[in-house]
Design a protein around this ligand. Structure first.
Ligand code: BF8
Length: 631
């Protein structure tokens, strides 16, 4: 009886934790072996602080921590006198600034590698997309007749200028439709420089600086635009130049991408400057021979989270999972090394790795984890370091304990690699056929589903249920980040998924041989969505806010997602969040982020945890836009 009860409890727990079938045996294994995961830690945090959930807790300075009574009693203000509106706005801006900083610092690192590449000082990097380099050079007014490395150097230096304050207006803003730029100009939120907006955000949240919640949140929009149209767009474009602009590639997804007879290396984090070279190093003859001598049949690289998306998009490297998969993959007992750079890496992976032979290897000077092996990556010696990292993993193969290995079965196929260029090429070189399909109603609209996993919602269920309902209603879905990985696991990223699509959408995707859900890349590649939307809006001589489109982040958790959501809305995209941001302590801020924004930037946020209802909200919005356009 007790065993039955336990089994039932595990069964019900599984349903609540994830819909990823390959994850279930690993969660069971973790439970059996007392391995603590994020879901367990979440349970131990409950109940989470009520003041914090409403945003009415301030820990910014040492006068606090302060809190405000949400029911209108005392205390009504923090020690400094900040009311609930100011407290929530400052907290939100600080959160957003961290996200914008993360994306943009990632972009800066790509530029630093590109500069060293241009100067012939980087090891293992080259220019893979000259055509794109020249196209971007023209946007910056740079002479493209020069020697190609000189062109690269000038583009990099111009992009580096975007981080400072001298120019006063970041270049890629010019890609937006005229009507959008006019809205930004009227509101005074055109980003002046990437670092400038982030630093100013941190200045404004200091006690006694910006104490007007509207003013604080306007700057939040400007900071987010400096990310979406600045740091993230730079990261995407320069990554394409160095590593190649993605085109459709077939690959596989899930824990089953691990191979029992091979040295398994998981690359986890965000920046392709690391993962690309690990992939290249794993093809080196000497390392393959070493692997053989150690008894392995080869070296198997799989991705995790966004750095996984980067190498999936460009090279078709299999992707093992998304945010909540990172501890479970170590639980397979089949991972020789998890190599990480930064962002979204649970500190807990070190604890899980202690139960197995897995080595956690950190590579960034700014993201060290105590207990990990640190092998720092610098462009000058990047390939040598990549080879050394792979060697650590190969040497570790003999420490794997066969009796501890559990690799779930069920590898799923996917197609990734839908950069804007790839989408245009599938459409025959212009967005016109897509616009025509929208006008004719074969495609009702398009939605970008982005963002993370969050323990507060069953893993992947928000993304998958939302995507399924949208495509069923003839809405084309584009995805990035952990959202794309979630839908890949569910088999929505292959042309056969047309069976889930409505008749109109199916007729279009069948003709183009594309899936109904298009994988556009990592989280910095949300900038690709902005470029695509701008192209469509320009083709139709409209603003982005006029289009029958929307955004959604059903399972978001990160500061970066706050920035993405804000720049979607600031760019004119109605955006539905599945997890409530910490704003419910202020009616004024709820009003500002919904109707207030709608009046100014012509787009707003909605919060809807139920993916079916979120889809209804989106469909209603898309139909309203279609009606306004008379289509
Ligand atoms: O940048 S979607 S959990 S991995 S933050 Fe992180 Fe969220 Fe995943 Fe990529 Ni994006």
């Amino acid at each position: 009886m007790e065993r039955l009860l336990k089994a039932d409890k595990i069964g019900r727990n599984m349903v609540m934790k994830t819909i990823d079938k390959e994850a279930i045996p690993l969660i069971k294994k973790a439970e059996k072996e007392n391995i603590i995961t994020a879901w367990d830690r979440y349970e131990r945090q409950k109940p989470q602080c009520g003041y914090g959930q409403l945003g009415l807790c301030c820990t910014l300075c040492a006068l606090g921590p302060c809190r405000i009574d949400p029911f209108g009693g005392e205390p009504k203000r923090g020690v400094c006198g900040a009311d609930g509106d100011v407290m929530i706005a400052r907290n939100l801006l600080q959160m957003l600034a961290a996200g914008a900083a993360a994306h943009s610092d990632h972009g800066r690192e790509i530029l630093e590698v590109a500069l060293k590449t241009a100067e012939g000082k980087a090891q293992g990097y080259e220019i893979k997309d000259e055509e794109k380099l020249k196209r971007i050079a023209k946007e910056y007014g740079i002479d493209t007749e020069k020697e190609i490395k000189e062109v690269l150097k000038r583009v990099v230096l111009s992009m580096m200028d975007e981080f400072g304050t001298e120019k006063g207006r970041i270049q890629f803003i010019e890609r937006a439709p005229e009507k959008r730029k006019e809205i930004w100009k009227q509101l005074g939120i055109i980003p002046r420089g990437i670092d400038r907006e982030i630093v100013e955000a941190m200045h404004r949240v200091h006690m006694g600086v910006d104490n007007d919640y509207v003013n604080i949140l306007l700057h939040a929009l400007r900071t987010s635009l400096s990310d979406g149209w600045g740091g993230s767009m730079i990261a995407t474009e320069m990554s394409d130049i160095l590593f190649g602009t993605p085109s459709p590639k077939e690959s596989t997804v899930g824990f089953s991408t691990l191979k029992e007879n091979k040295v398994n290396i998981v690359v986890h984090g965000h920046n392709p400057v690391l993962s690309e070279l690990i992939v290249a190093a794993a093809e080196e003859k000497e390392l393959l021979e070493l692997a053989k001598r150690k008894g392995a049949d080869g070296i198997n690289i799989v991705g995790m989270c966004c750095t996984g998306n980067e190498i999936l998009m460009r090279q078709g490297i299999p992707i093992a999972g998304n945010l909540l998969s990172q501890e479970l993959i170590i639980t397979t007992g089949a991972v020789e090394a998890m190599v990480v750079d930064y962002q979204c890496i649970f500190p807990a992976v070190l604890e899980v790795a202690k139960c197995f032979h897995t080595k956690i290897i950190t590579t960034s000077e700014k993201a060290k984890f105590s207990g990990a092996i640190h092998m720092e990556f610098h462009p000058e010696e990047a390939f040598d370091v990549a080879k050394s990292i792979v060697k650590v993993a190969v040497d570790n193969f003999e420490n794997r304990k066969k009796e501890k290995v559990l690799i779930p079965e069920g590898e799923k196929r996917l197609i990734a690699g839908f950069s804007c260029e790839a989408i245009l090429s599938a459409l025959g070189g212009s967005v016109k056929p897509l616009c025509d399909a929208i006008k004719e109603g074969r495609i009702r609209g398009a939605v970008g589903i982005v963002g993370c996993n969050n323990v507060k919602i069953t893993q992947d269920s928000g993304h998958v249920r939302l995507a399924k309902k949208l495509i069923e209603n003839d809405i084309l879905v584009v995805e990035t980040g952990c959202s794309a990985i979630a839908c890949a696991k569910e088999g929505l990223l292959i042309p056969d998924a047309k069976n889930f699509a409505g008749e109109g959408l199916r007729s279009v995707i069948e003709k183009l041989s594309i899936p109904p859900v298009l994988h556009m890349g990592s989280c910095v590649d949300c900038s690709r969505i902005l470029v695509l939307l701008s192209e469509i809006a320009k083709e139709l001589n409209l603003d982005i806010s006029d289009l029958p489109v929307a955004g959604a982040a059903p399972e978001w958790y990160s500061q970066k997602a706050v920035s993405i959501g804000a720049y979607f809305v600031a760019s004119g995209v109605f955006t539905v969040l599945g997890i409530a941001p910490r704003i419910f302590g202020s009616k004024n801020i709820i009003e500002l982020l919904s109707e207030g924004l709608d009046k100014t930037v012509k787009a707003k946020f909605a919060i809807e945890p139920d993916p079916e209802k979120a889809a209804d909200l989106i469909i209603e919005h898309i139909d309203k836009k279609r009606k306004e356009l008379g289509i």
